[in-house]
Design a protein around this ligand. Structure first.
Ligand code: ARG
Length: 459
């Protein structure tokens, strides 16, 4: 049987179940390109400390290109003994270029190598996720602009509260996601720290190894400060999982709103066929599966985060094999968020809205606060006007009429400050337009939100 790369001190063979338990190639092969890039940069650096001649470097770099080409073409042949992407690539390199391949790993450990690969991989993914999140935000803002005139009930406790613009609701979700957009951008510098050149834990022993040059070569912003920390630091994984969890919480909350609003009882929105499914038995059904999966998958991502944090909390300093458990949660969370962002963008950009249904759900009692504020404008303290308006609500309930059916006389019996102009309170349009302070639901304030959100994406 073939020798494992680390096989020198071993005489027995690995239990096959142990091999399956230990291997990570089945999932870390998706980092093949990063592993090759990292090795090529390391080969260039090894010339600086006279471990490789320029010729040897070129042979190794060309060989690695060939290994990469095999991966790219789907022709890389994994062998039963390959343990992870690092050993697989090196094994293949040696087959292609011979013993000089054995010089590549000088002073390097899989410990600084894997941490480097992971960071390289995540840097690319983080950028892609930020772009997808930006697209979702653009779609939300575009809809908010296009549908700015639609009014609907705003809810607290899922009870009708005050009239709002539909756009205001869309932008409330966009505002949460805009923070996620900023967060993934702010996370980048902490991913972009180079571990390579840390060795297994104590540092690289070969004079002339220029870590700053490796960082520049690979596009890292900074070089890790402490080799023991560098080989074991997975905070960038945790932060990404936390970001992913929070982003999914926001997507889930938005999905939940839309699920409710797409029910027949509300009928405010309807999903396009592209993002709905039918029932296998009830022919009339159109189910918002896309939204339910967005809601459901948030739990899955949160689970990856808490699971990996549990893995991390008990391990001693530097590299321990527990750290291999960083990959599946990270990959799964990244894949899940990526798809979720794409689906959310598709749902939002293709759903239909029913502004008349939204408007017909508005009821005059939702203007009870406006009624109280009417009296405030006549100089009465709000605590008193709140009471007066409450009495008006009670009176209308007693009479089984709507709040706006009370006459000026009825209202005057509750407070003498009511005058004929109180009838203007019963306009939903004026109610939303009065809420014109920055961040409010007036047309101007909503369009201002659109501008601010777009400006934050441009940065
Ligand atoms: N497959 C390993 C991982 O993903 C690579 C590092 C292994 N290092 C070691 N000393 N066994 O973490």
């Amino acid at each position: 049987t073939k020798r494992k790369l680390w096989g020198g001190r071993f005489t027995g063979t690995t239990d096959p179940i142990m091999h399956a338990f230990n291997e990570s190639l089945s999932y870390d092969q998706r980092m093949w390109a990063q592993d090759i890039r990292g090795s090529q940069a390391y080969a260039r650096a090894l010339v600086g400390c006279n471990i490789l001649t320029p010729d040897e470097r070129d042979t190794i770099i060309k060989g690695l290109d060939q290994v990469g080409a095999e991966w790219k073409a789907g022709k890389f042949q994994a062998e039963a003994d390959d343990e992870d992407i690092h050993t697989a690539n090196e094994r293949r390199l040696k087959e292609l270029i011979g013993p000089v391949a054995g010089k590549l790993h000088t002073g390097r450990s899989r410990n600084d190598q894997v941490a480097t690969d992971m960071r390289l991989w995540l840097l690319d993914e983080a950028e892609a996720l930020q772009t997808l999140l930006g697209e979702l935000l653009h779609v939300l803002v575009a809809r908010a602009r296009a549908e700015v005139d639609a009014l609907m009930p705003g809810y607290t406790h899922l009870q009708r509260a005050q009239p709002i613009r539909w756009s205001h609701l869309l932008l409330s979700h966009a505002s949460a996601l805009a923070s996620d957009y900023a967060r993934i951008r702010d996370l980048r510098p902490r991913i972009s720290v180079l571990p390579l050149g840390s060795g297994p834990l104590a540092g690289n022993p070969f004079a002339g190894l220029d870590r700053a040059a490796i960082a520049r070569d690979l596009g890292f912003a900074t070089v890790g400060t402490n080799s023991m920390h560098s080989v074991s630091d997975r905070d960038f994984v945790v932060e990404t999982l936390m970001w992913a969890s929070l982003t999914m919480i926001h997507i889930s909350k938005m999905a939940e709103d839309l699920i409710i609003y797409s029910s027949a009882e509300f009928g405010f929105v309807q999903l396009s066929d592209a993002y709905s499914t039918g029932s296998s038995i009830m022919p009339q059904k159109k189910n918002p599966d896309s939204l339910e999966l967005l809601r459901g998958k948030s739990g899955r991502v949160f689970g990856q985060m808490s699971g990996f944090m549990m893995t991390l909390k008990g391990i001693p300093s530097t590299y321990n094999k527990d750290l291999q458990e960083d990959k599946e949660p990270l990959f799964d969370a990244v894949d899940t968020v990526r798809r979720s962002l794409q689906i959310a963008t598709g749902v939002i950009s293709t759903m239909s809205t029913f502004p008349e249904r939204m408007r017909s759900a508005l009821t005059p009692d939702m203007l009870a606060t406006d009624l109280a504020e009417y009296l405030v404008r006549k100089g009465i303290p709000f605590r008193e006007t709140h009471h007066v308006s409450g009495s008006a609500v009670r009176l209308s309930e007693e009479r089984k009429c709507s709040l706006s059916d009370l006459t000026v006389k009825d209202l005057q019996s509750l407070h003498p400050a009511f005058e004929d102009d109180v009838l203007k309170v019963w306009s939903f349009d004026e109610s939303v337009e009065r809420r014109d302070a920055t961040g409010g639901t007036s047309k101007r304030a909503v369009l201002e939100q659109c501008d601010r959100l777009e400006a934050s994406l441009a940065k």
